[in-house]
Design a protein around this ligand. Structure first.
Ligand SMILES: [Zn+2]
Length: 391
């Protein structure tokens, strides 16, 4: 993969001058690794975001994304497999793919397999033989899983890996990080040639979070914000036939496409109706930023103790978007692996909920409204009655 320079061309259809609607001059480049001290936090690599929306193909992309800044290297870890809800969901995906494509004893390729949780699952469940390619793999590895096997190859997937293409290709939570999505798919189509190799791609439903004005959900690692239509259009433009595509996972957070090699065609080319949505997002982001900066200034003048609950991507984006976020004293997280670490750039220590008993915050800001009820209960159990606000 190559880094993007600030050129004015859409990477989904090559149209010129997609519309710039959102800027973030400094945001941590990775949420997959957390620093262990305040000093290290201040040194964490940052990147810039300039989101552009193309009204020809619907792609929304960070036009100044540089994949090398993210640090997709061994040690990078964002797996959701420890979450029971996710595990149940992904088992369902695996079973459906095995049924639909007869994946028994087949040769599978996973592009960007991470820790290979999904590859292991689908190879064990169907007795398949899988190869996974990923830059975060430390060492080449081969292992048996049930009646099948997996082999892991370190590196970014490229033309050099053509020989690994077998009977089926999958790619989950990776295509949204690929700087040149059309070039990537076009190359993959060429590599497949005249073989019939079906594939499954799954991505973050980025346009949904923009349409729903989730202003803190823009992260550096993700350079493409797809809608279902812009995603399927890319596959068709690159020479694939879409078999099936839809929203999936909780609250339609993800999108998937199942496709097989076909003939390149030009799908719908008027996405001007999405422009009001991206303009609304930009306006809302500025409003929310100003409102929160004002609130933090007021609390600082009143000597109030303020904490944020939730150290994930949303929390990090919130803290680094506000110039006066130093008013937030700590960040609370229930995940013991994150406690004791610090938020990149803004530097707050991440603490366990029980520490709040001694800190006695006046204000608790929630980075995710989903857990409001649960957090209110925990605060009451600690004998605390702070003001609670959603970021
Ligand atoms: Zn475009």
């Amino acid at each position: 993969m190559t880094a993007i320079t600030s050129s004015n061309c859409c990477r989904g259809c090559n149209a010129s001058d997609p519309k710039l609607f959102y800027r973030n001059p400094q945001i941590p480049a990775s949420v997959g690794t957390l620093p262990h001290s305040r000093d290290a936090a201040r040194q964490m690599p940052c990147g810039q975001i300039e989101l552009v929306a193309c009204d020809r193909c619907g792609l929304i992309q960070n036009r100044v994304y540089d994949v090398d800044r993210v640090g997709f290297v061994p040690g990078y870890e964002v797996s959701l497999f420890h979450t029971p809800t996710f595990r149940q969901y992904i088992q369902g995906v695996c079973d459906r793919l095995i049924r639909r494509y007869g994946l028994h004893g087949k040769r599978l390729l996973e592009i960007g397999c991470g820790g290979a949780d999904f590859l292991r699952l689908i190879c064990r469940s169907g007795g398949n033989h899988g190869v996974g390619v990923d830059p975060t793999i430390a060492q080449p590895l081969q292992e048996s899983v049930g009646d099948g096997s997996i082999r892991l190859v370190p590196g970014f997937f490229s033309k050099a890996h053509d020989a690994l293409i077998g009977d089926f290709i999958c790619c989950l939570s990776v295509f949204e990080d690929i700087p040149n999505p059309l070039a990537f798919l076009t190359q993959l189509r060429e590599s497949i040639g005249d073989r019939d190799v079906p594939m499954y791609f799954e991505v973050f439903n980025g346009f949904r979070s923009i349409r729903e004005l989730e202003v803190w959900s823009i992260h550096y690692e993700q350079c493409n914000y797809f809608s279902l239509e812009s995603l399927t259009g890319l596959f068709e433009r690159a020479g694939f036939s879409v078999i099936d595509a839809d929203v999936c996972y909780q609250g339609d957070q993800y999108l998937y496409v199942e496709a097989r090699p076909g003939t390149a065609r030009s799908p719908r080319s008027d996405f001007s109706s999405m422009i009001p949505a991206v303009d609304r997002f930009a306006g809302e982001y500025e409003k929310r930023r100003e409102r929160w900066q004002h609130r933090l200034d007021t609390w600082q003048d009143q000597n109030k103790t303020v904490v944020l609950w939730g150290s994930g991507g949303k929390g990090i984006s919130f803290l680094t978007s506000l110039s006066n976020s130093g008013t937030v004293a700590y960040v609370v997280d229930v995940n013991p692996d994150r406690q004791g670490c610090h938020i990149p750039i803004s530097g707050q220590e991440i603490i366990a909920p029980r520490r709040l008993a001694e800190i006695a915050p006046d204000v608790v800001i929630l980075s995710n409204p989903l857990y409001q009820h649960e957090i209110s209960r925990q605060l009451t159990e600690l004998g605390l009655q702070p003001e609670i606000l959603v970021a």
